[in-house]
Design a protein around this ligand. Sequence first.
Ligand code: SAM
Ligand code: SF4
Length: 333
Amino acid sequence: MAPLIDPFARPVSYLRVSVTDRCDFRCVYCMAENMTFLPKKELLTLEELDRVCSAFIRLGVEKLRITGGEPLVRRGIMTFFEAMSRHLESGALKELTLTTNGSQLGRFATDLAAAGVRRVNVSLDTLDEAKFAEVTRWGRLPQVLKGIDAAQAAGLRVKINAVALKGFNEEELFAMTEWCASRGMDLTWIEVMPMGDLGNEDRLDQYWALTDLRARLAERYTVSDIPERTGGPARYVRLEETGQKIGFITPLSHNFCESCNRVRLTCTGELFMCLGQEDNADLRRPLRASESDALLEDAIRDAISRKPKGHDFDYSRQRADGQMSRHMSHTGG
Ligand code: SAM
Ligand code: SF4
């Protein structure tokens, strides 16, 4: 079967799947406090998620990242992880992983490891309990720390993802770096994106440029570039003193589009070919139209033939052009 290659000769090998729009937190940059979630019938069932992921794997996807919303609050999600492990066993899938807020890792870390998950990304912006409660609104730090303990105890490699927020976690730059180093965890900083329009938060006010963050790290550590590229918006350095890898995700820059290897599936079956563009393909209709996967595969190929060259974000100083109307919890970030 011919693998998925887009019009710019980029192979599509990485699928990110949002399995729910729901979450047990309400992070200020991600959700409004009172969210209206999708009715259940709109969501792909776990069986449909299996069919669509398996189709992508047949078409050459080698890496699957499960996200949300909070993926671990989706009822029955472990069944899905267990089902995906057959693709790891066959060798078709090289990596099965997830991005989580960590709140449910205490319950699920062992099962995730048993399903073949080797690494998890845990989102954590601050180590201060009061600030954590403020930024997540509903989250409680001790539960997340216990989740991280459980993940490490189950043998999962944990990477921490932190959204860089000016005047919020700026002063924790070194404390977070050292805490991660002491636990053998890499740390990736994400530039805040103007996703959604919640009206109650001015994300431009909180914008902390990662070039500045990197310069501050260099005041204390020897920072060496690592050539590693993931086909996404992340760049990595190593801190020579701790041996740690530090990542910088600048989703608003254009400089990674030429190597983009990924597409994103929402929990309702929309396939977004580019994080910064609204064009999407409905995969739920072909999924539900027939029990065979022929229509689904055609729809996937057709969507990939429309993958755009790059995105439209431009975060020039005081303006956020290309502002996106959908939330990260919809496309899964
Ligand atoms: N609930 C899971 C979690 O928090 O890790 C997975 C979904 S969450 C939408 C994925 C990532 O997107 C998290 O690391 C979160 O911090 C990030 N994120 C959400 N809104 C963002 C925004 N406006 N700008 C930058 N990153 C954002
Ligand atoms: Fe939930 Fe993750 Fe969004 Fe926070 S960033 S509200 S944890 S989906």
